[in-house]
Write a protein that binds this ligand. Structure first.
Ligand code: HEM
Length: 409
């Protein structure tokens, strides 16, 4: 069947599609590697999906694809965006949505304070958290690995790095859950709106407090950071904290839960890692390749007409580079559909490429290494508690994340 006829029935953002998108990506790579389609999402704007490894890597590095649509089109041609009151701008105004020179300035500032030493300091704490969480989970033979392990590790770690007090973490978690939930009734909408207000007010107040009374944490360090005499404005600081908080745990949750699922689906590989914990570094890279937490990179817009693989993407149009497809491209990876924890030269694109390359990759890797080895050491006979077909993936184009991962041991 031609790609165009299949596409009619595919909604790349739906949970059903996300259960196994890989055959569809293989077909796009073979027949239509640069393909324009309309995703059945809220804005319904058409976008270009890029699926081959080389094209995904080059789009992510190509500065003709910008992050801020204002840099791609004159104001009168801008697609209509939802109006957002100024109070909420910090939710959406961060360096992942910026281009040079603002992006360069913000990235240089964070680079100064989010250092390898700060990440390495968290080693002991990550191990302690993994042990404590499994002590609690082990009291019951059945538990949701996401709620009781994969989520609390990175959430606690990023909150502590930023300087969010431990007693506030449950509140942050509740707000975030409500903000990210899908709502159908007006009272649910109201609940989400009040979570937004609670979350934004909390971050604004915390940033303000750290400016006037700095502590030994990342928010205070960011507030003081200075690059060629320039410092972050209040709004930039708040936007940065929201970005680090969200990017700093949502993805790492998926690294731990998707990686565990990959092991449970491949018992020979689980056994291999259990017997050889030293393999955990290459295993983590393979989990990132096989089930990447970011399925498609965030929006980019063509600043001019750009040719990709012989197809012209017109100025102003939106592009999505599909990392999950690039990572399974046979022109780059031998036996890409096989989970191979000993894979060498694993140049997956799961942390992106170019100027927006993930700033948290060392922290995410540290969390993954400790989480996988601790889990297998403590629960060597871990198993899925429901049939794999019953697992539900979250909807949405960007993340690849399970709703729950029920396990038993
Ligand atoms: C396994 C976990 C993670 C994965 C797979 C991941 C993946 C990514 C990807 C693909 C991008 C680029 C997106 C794009 O170009 O469209 C990105 C950017 C970013 N990530 Fe991560 N990330 C992870 C963990 C983290 C953590 C733990 C932090 C912070 C503590 C973090 C902070 C950021 C930031 C700040 C950016 C934006 C960089 C910029 O715009 O220059 N990430 N991440």
């Amino acid at each position: 069947m031609a790609v165009s006829s299949i596409i009619q029935s595919v909604n790349m953002a739906s949970p059903q599609f996300k259960a196994n998108p890989f055959p569809f990506y293989a077909q796009l790579r073979a027949e239509a590697p640069v393909y324009r389609l309309t995703i059945n999402n809220s804005d319904k704007n058409p976008l270009w999906v890029i699926t081959r490894y080389q094209d995904v890597a080059s789009v992510l590095k190509d500065e003709r694809f910008v992050k801020d649509p204002k840099n791609a089109l004159p104001p009168n041609q801008m697609p209509k965006a939802d109006w957002l009151p100024g109070f909420f701008h910090i939710m959406d105004n961060n360096m992942l949505k910026m281009d040079a020179p603002d992006h360069t300035r913000l990235r240089a500032l964070i680079h100064k304070v989010f250092t390898p030493a700060r990440v390495e300091q968290m080693h002991f704490r990550v191990q302690q958290l993994a042990d404590e969480l499994l002590d609690t989970a082990a009291k019951d033979k059945h538990f949701d690995l996401i709620e009781h392990y994969a989520l609390p590790i990175p959430l606690t770690v990023i909150c502590e790095v930023l300087g969010i007090p431990d007693e506030d973490i449950p509140k942050i978690s509740r707000w975030k859950k409500s903000i990210m939930s899908s709502v159908s009734h007006s009272f649910q909408r109201l609940g989400r709106f009040s979570s937004f207000i609670g979350f934004v007010s909390y971050i604004r107040n915390l940033c303000h407090r750290r400016r006037v009374d700095p502590q030994d944490d990342l928010i205070s360090a960011l507030a003081k950071a200075n690059e060629n005499g320039e410092m972050l404005s209040d709004e930039e600081l708040q936007g940065m904290v929201v970005l680090l908080l969200v990017a700093g745990h949502e993805t790492a949750v998926s690294l731990i839960s998707n990686g565990t699922l990959a092991l449970l689906e491949n018992p020979d590989q689980l056994d291999l890692l259990r017997r050889n914990p030293m393999l955990v570094k290459s295993a983590t890279e393979e989990f990132l390749r096989y089930y990447p937490p970011i399925e498609t990179a965030t929006d980019r817009y063509a600043r001019e007409n750009v040719m990709v693989a012989g197809v012209t993407i017109p100025r102003g149009e939106q592009v999505r580079a599909v990392i999950a497809s690039a990572n399974r491209d046979p022109s780059q990876f031998e036996n890409p559909e096989t989970l191979d924890l000993t894979r060498e030269n694993n140049k997956h694109l799961s942390f992106g490429q170019g100027i927006h390359y993930c700033m948290g990759a060392p922290l995410a890797r540290l969390e993954g290494h400790i989480a996988f080895n601790t889990l297998l050491a403590r629960m060597p006979n871990i198993q899925l508690d429901i049939p794999v077909e019953s697992l539900r993936w979250r909807s949405g184009l960007t993340f690849r994340r399970l709703e729950t991962l029920p396990v038993t041991f």
